[in-house]
Design a protein around this ligand. Structure first.
Ligand SMILES: [Cu+2]
Length: 136
């Protein structure tokens, strides 16, 4: 009897750990911290076509952006005017500020390129990846 109880406890603990890690699943919330010059975390997974809440915090000393590109496009080696047409969605956050906003995730599953559109920030390492997965 005691053994069985321990086993159930272990299973519950395992399930909790899986839930805490997200189990590799998608989330309708993106929590991102921007610094000079980095996104933390650098990978996000969201369900296709859902409304996504973005909580973006800029802990840096300069303005930053979270720019999602259309599927199959990226900014190349630097962000320029020619990249504007490839932007799917973006938000800007002033230094020391935080912004909560929403956008609708793309309906097409895939890996979407994310960068900061402020000059020089892409080159400094501000890029990330948004993975869109098919919903239920
Ligand atoms: Cu930036």
């Amino acid at each position: 009897m005691k053994k069985h109880f321990t086993f159930v406890l272990l299973l519950s603990a395992f399930a909790l750990i899986l839930a805490a890690c997200g189990g590799g699943g998608s989330s309708t919330t993106i929590n991102v911290t921007m610094t000079d010059f980095h996104f933390e975390p650098m990978e996000f997974t969201v369900p296709a076509g859902e409304e996504i809440t973005v909580n973006a915090v800029n802990n840096g000393a300069v303005e930053h952006e979270f720019v999602i590109f259309k599927l199959g496009t990226d900014a190349g080696e630097k962000f320029g005017d020619e990249d504007e047409e490839n932007i799917y969605w973006e938000v800007e956050v002033m230094p020391g500020q935080s912004v909560t906003t929403t956008f609708t995730a793309p309906t097409e599953p895939g890996e979407y390129y994310v960068t900061c559109g402020i000059e020089g920030h892409l080159e400094a390492g501000m890029n990330a990846k948004l993975t869109v997965v098919a919903g239920d």
